[in-house]
Design a protein around this ligand. Structure first.
Ligand code: BES
Ligand code: MN
Ligand code: MN
Length: 458
């Protein structure tokens, strides 16, 4: 691969222009208004894969947004790498907070600013360009399949069925994913854990209509007040979750594993200053990395009701709503957790309100071993291009479909991500480093080579 760096250098501008075309389409999966954009984005990815020389590529319809499948077959005796990624993005949020327009990718300094620049268009496109290098330079050592979905950010509601129904077509030996973060550009790491998720929406209903807060205030329970009290009671003074049974199945990490994890470099002051925080928060007895890596959490994602427009309106609202996510760790079952939540939330509801709990989506946590040939291939690839051995880490984020892939398709996923936690994914001014984008393209071909060698030696 002598010409790999050279190839990237020569084609830099074109790679960026092509990525920017992808970033210009607002492929927001949570909004019905963007159905057309989803199809456009899927078609563009299909075309970009055909352009680099796959045998076939297809935009496969589902009941939701389509999945792009592509394949380059070389030889049945060779292993198959399955690349997974997602072309959908989170909504841009408050436009006023963006310094550059979210769907007009802009380079500022050494960063690409745009919604999806990192998560996950920038990261998935590295795989397309790495494949381009391998195909044009006779360096592809094995078979490859791409599976790029358009609903990851809403919990992959249609990919479960799709994967089950297309088991044969998706058959391979390892899943390669770039959709996570590293510790720092000079401290590469590979995620060996993802948290699971149980996401619920709740409604607290009081009187049968909005009331005058003077005429009735103090005599009729205010659902917003009640909801706030109920939510506040879900965590205790040690910042532990109070739902009975919540921790029952939590996999306890051994002291020696915790000591191993604690060796990963982490600068708490940098962490605080990046987030503009005076102090960090979390479950008593655990470090910041443990709080996201090996412990579950519960967060309000939104809470609403009553009057929120200009000025003051005196009202006692009839109902209040909230969206609540619970991040889970290995062995916790998302359906069971959603049920425990619902049971508890109804149990703590005072008699003057009615409570509804609706589970929205969920997924299992994931862990991958560090002695698999997939992990070793990724570790050696990063060591080659970064000059240092990557550290295995556990991420607090979720990619719920990953655990299902293991169960249904029988393949482990290797989470070789190139982003940084400071890239502001899901936030205003999401960005992705030029260094990270090009380093990813450079590293991926080594993964293929290492994996194929290790596979054939087995
Ligand atoms: N790429 C992220 C997950 C991630 C980010 C993992 C950083 C590790 C490090 C993914 O796109 C994401 O945002 N997932 C959602 C899943 C949910 C919407 C079902 C999440 O974690 O909130
Ligand atoms: Mn992602
Ligand atoms: Mn995301």
């Amino acid at each position: 691969m002598e010409n790999l760096k050279n190839y990237i250098e020569t084609n830099k501008e074109r790679f960026l222009n092509e990525l920017f075309n992808l970033l210009r389409i607002p492929s927001i999966s949570s909004s019905e208004d963007h159905k057309g954009d989803m199809i456009k984005t899927a078609e563009l990815i299909k075309q970009s894969l055909l352009n680099v020389g796959v045998d076939k590529a297809e935009v496969c319809p589902t009941e939701g947004n389509p999945v792009v499948l592509a394949e380059k077959f070389i030889n049945a005796s060779l292993p198959t790498v399955v690349v997974y990624g997602h072309y959908d993005v989170q909504p841009e949020g408050d436009l006023e907070l963006w310094k550059t327009p979210p769907y007009e990718p802009t380079i500022v300094g050494d960063q690409i600013y745009a919604r999806g620049a990192n998560d996950d268009k920038g990261q998935l496109f590295m795989h397309v360009k790495a494949l381009e290098f391998m195909l044009r330079n006779n360096e592809l050592p094995c078979n490859v399949k791409f599976m790029i979905e358009g609903e990851e950010e809403i919990g992959s509601p249609n990919l479960y069925k799709f994967a089950k129904e297309n088991k044969e077509r998706l058959k391979g030996d390892v899943i390669l994913v770039s959709d996570t973060a590293m510790i720092a550009n000079d401290i590469p790491s590979i995620d060996v854990g993802l948290r699971g998720l149980a996401y619920v929406e709740v409604k607290v209903q009081g009187p049968n209509r909005d009331l005058h807060s003077g005429v009735f205030g103090g005599a009729v329970a205010n659902p917003l007040n009640v909801l706030c009290q109920m939510v506040a009671s879900l965590t205790d003074e040690n910042n532990q979750i109070t739902i009975p049974g919540f921790y029952d199945d939590v996999l306890i990490v051994s002291d020696s594993d915790r000591a191993e994890m604690a060796k990963a470099p982490f600068d708490i002051d940098e962490y605080k200053s990046d987030l503009g925080l005076k102090e960090v928060y979390g479950e008593k007895g655990y470090t910041t990395n443990e709080r996201t890596g090996i412990r579950p959490s519960l967060d309000l994602n939104g809470i609403w009701g009553g009057y929120i427009k200009e000025g003051a309106k005196t009202v006692l609202p009839e109902k209040a709503h909230a969206k609540i996510s619970m991040r889970l760790v290995p062995n916790q079952d998302p359906d069971k957790i959603a049920e425990l939540f619902a049971k508890h939330f109804k149990a703590i509801a005072p008699p003057y309100v009615e409570v509804e709990v609706k589970p929205l989506h969920g997924g299992n946590a994931y862990i991958s071993p560090t002695d698999s040939i997939g992990f070793i291939a990724a570790s050696k690839a990063m060591e080659k291009t970064f000059g240092v051995k990557p550290i295995p880490t556990r991420s607090g984020g979720s990619i719920p479909i990953i655990a299902y892939f293991e169960k249904e398709l029988g393949m482990k996923s290797i989470l070789m991500g190139f982003g940084l936690e400071t890239d502001a994914i899901h936030s205003p001014n999401e960005h992705y480093g030029l260094f990270n984008f090009f380093k990813g393209i450079e590293t991926i071909p080594y993964f293929y080579r290492n994996f194929t060698e290790l596979f054939l030696r087995k």
